[in-house]
Ligand binder design. Structure first.
Ligand code: HEM
Length: 292
């Protein structure tokens, strides 16, 4: 039971997210085999969307598309794709070239439809200046939260990734006094201390992992992105299923008690997808659950 190792490692200096759609009436098997051999789970993580499982007519309990939340305000877009690759490294040019090689292996069955370059900002901060990842479970607790166990060969060691690109409105955020910015997150920016008097809308109150029933722990590996004048965060969370993330997202949108997350005052998601990250086998990513 070996997970793709990047899931349990700290974020890299740079990363590149690639999203692929499956061409109609094309057999994806040989492309998937090639990608499983080329992705090492450390410099390249492979994630499978529900479309692939449907196309191959195999069963993978728990894998589903990104949820439709029709009543959420602001809207939470679902932009599910067939395949996701998360490339990690120290230099963006190398990631671009590594991506080209993987895109060639994925073609012609899969076409790349989106690419997002990410980077680590200071000591793993969001571009608003707040440290991101503080309450991530560590060591055994991270494995327990993010990695499937006791579910059978081919599934054990796998992980469910939720990926969302968020766009920040910096003029709105910058116009807030620091106390209001701190209240949005529920933490003091520079010390990273939790506020004793954080409002119920504070992000850390909306998502407090131990406050869910059952508890909703995930391992977050989010990183900032910049493209021209636009910038924000690629939110990335790994769970043993999608349930913990989905419970957090619903509470952020006010689904449980009518209170929306204060983050929505200055940022909103542009995309959202769910991807199943198979375990690592002895020599390649293990796709036996897909019959490959
Ligand atoms: C632009 C979007 C987001 C930003 C800038 C952001 C930023 C942050 C920051 C600064 C923290 C506090 C430090 C920490 O524990 O990491 C935090 C905590 C957290 N965030 Fe987010 N976040 C975003 C979106 C989300 C989303 C979409 C989810 C899940 C649906 C989420 C789940 C969590 C969780 C689980 C915690 C830890 C809560 C706890 O147990 O204390 N975040 N986030």
């Amino acid at each position: 039971m070996t997970p793709q190792t990047a899931i349990l490692e700290p974020i890299s200096d740079h990363a590149r997210h690639l999203f692929f759609d499956l061409q109609p009436a094309v057999n994806p098997r040989s492309a998937l085999r090639a990608l499983a051999a080329a992705c090492d789970g450390s410099s390249a993580v492979l994630g499978i969307g529900a479309t692939i499982v449907d196309t191959l007519r195999v069963k993978l309990p728990g894998l589903r598309g990104f949820p439709d939340l029709p009543d959420a305000r602001p809207p939470i877009p679902a932009t599910q794709h067939a395949l996701w690759l998360w490339l990690r490294g120290s230099e963006p040019g190398d990631l671009l070239l590594q991506g080209h090689a993987l895109e060639a292996l994925a073609a012609p069955a899969f076409t790349r439809v989106q690419a997002i370059d990410c980077f680590r900002h200071r000591d793993s901060r969001d571009l608003t200046g707040y440290e991101d990842g503080t309450e991530n479970p560590k060591d055994e607790a991270a494995v327990e939260a993010a990695i499937a166990q006791g579910r059978g060969v081919g599934v054990d060691g796998s992980s469910c990734a939720a990926v969302q690109q968020w766009l920040h409105d910096f003029p709105v955020f910058d116009a807030m006094p620091r106390s209001e910015q701190d209240a949005c997150f529920g933490r003091e920016r520079d010390s990273n201390e939790e506020l004793d008097d954080a409002p119920e809308s504070a992000h850390v109150k909306r998502t407090a992992q131990e406050d869910f029933e059952p508890e909703a722990f995930v391992v977050r590996r989010s990183m900032p992105w910049v493209e021209g004048a636009d910038a924000g965060l690629v939110f990335l969370a790994f769970g043993k299923s999608f349930d913990a993330y989905e419970a957090q997202l619903r509470r952020m949108t006010g689904h449980d008690d009518g209170i929306s997350d204060a983050l929505f005052g200055f940022t909103r998601p542009l995309t959202g997808g769910y991807y199943w990250c198979p375990p690592l086998g002895a020599t390649r990513i293990d796709l036996q659950t897909l019959g490959l």
